[in-house]
Write a protein that binds this ligand. Structure first.
Ligand code: NAI
Ligand code: 15L
Length: 273
């Protein structure tokens, strides 16, 4: 009996942060894109399934990250600290870690990276602002600064070495919006997956910054500078209007968590310790 194997677009795709909230969502979904999905995290990832490789390592371990990149065709870099934290912790996981990723990408001739950036790279814009990807970054804390670092670093690796990156400034990618702010920043898992698909398979992306947000009313971010990716959000937070029935337009109160796009992160910086 002969067996036929379906040809997949890539041989090996690497997902960092695979044990995290989004990593768990993506783990199964990206299998269609590559013969082998290499899953990495500092946390336990369980046993490898069919078509999976598991590599548990610290992104700040340069030698480990260099080995992690062996034979990889495309990287989805989702690993790191995902909220505000002290600078030393952020430096370790997000700054050293992302630098190690790009050094390894360069040494192993990987052609494209998708970097999970964050809306907190621009969290100090006001909720009355409507911004696009060419406007200056305005991070709202150490975490946001580390995402700006990743965006600048990837720009450098593109200008210097031609390594393409799509930086996705993810809004709030969770099953449902849990705050009024998230009615504006909500990014459904299906829309995240679609933007990732566009980012991975668009013929040329150069260095692109895209906002990861669903088609929510009153959103703060204009994606025209990433139009070449061909992404169209299909979901909207309007599906959850019943969760916030008595609220009118955002913001509902006048404090810094509603004046600035970064919301509650404005209260978690080093000055609030
Ligand atoms: P998460 O915190 O659930 O997952 C991050 C993963 O990175 C964790 O499994 C953690 O163990 C791993 N990690 C942390 N430090 C590490 C290190 N030194 N070495 C190796 N692995 C390490 O976060 P989530 O929600 O899954 O987000 C994934 C990525 O997307 C993060 O980079 C986050 O900053 C970004 N993002 C997520 C948003 C969201 O709405 N979920 C919004 C904006 C950005
Ligand atoms: C982020 O960058 C975080 O990773 C995520 O946990 C949420 O806090 C999100 O931003 C948000 O702004 O809702």
């Amino acid at each position: 009996m002969t067996t036929t194997s379906i040809e997949k677009p890539f041989n090996r795709i690497l997902l960092t942060g695979a044990a995290g909230g989004l990593g768990k969502v993506l783990r199964e979904r990206i299998k269609a894109w590559a013969n082998i999905v290499r899953l990495s995290d500092i946390a336990d990832l369980g046993a490898a399934g069919v078509g999976e490789e598991i590599v548990q390592c610290d992104l700040a371990d340069k030698a480990a990250v260099l080995a992690l990149m062996e034979g990889v065709d495309v990287v989805l870099h989702f690993g790191g600290i995902s909220t505000e934290a002290n600078f030393e912790a952020i430096m370790h996981a997000n700054i050293q870690g992302t630098y190690n990723i790009y050094e390894a990408v360069h040494k192993h001739h990987v052609k494209r990276v998708i970097f999970a950036s964050s809306n907190h790279a621009v969290g100090y814009y006001r909720t009355t602002d409507y911004i696009d990807a060419d406007m200056p970054t305005r991070p709202d804390g150490m975490y946001g600064i580390s995402k700006c670092f990743g965006e600048s670093l990837s720009r450098y690796y593109y200008d210097r070495f031609g390594i393409e990156t799509v930086c996705i400034r993810i809004g709030s990618s969770f099953p449902v919006p849990t705050t009024r702010r998230m009615m504006v920043t909500y990014f459904s898992y299906d829309d995240l997956f679609e933007l990732l698909r566009c980012s991975v398979f668009a013929p040329r992306v150069g260095h692109t910054i895209s906002f990861g947000v669903s088609d929510n009313p009153g959103k703060w971010w204009d994606n025209k500078k990433a139009a070449h990716l061909g992404f169209q959000a299909k979901d909207s937070s309007t599906a959850f209007t019943h969760l916030f029935p008595d609220s009118s337009a955002y913001p509902e109160k006048d404090d810094i968590t509603t004046i600035y796009q970064g919301g509650g992160f404005l209260l978690t910086g080093p000055q609030y310790k």
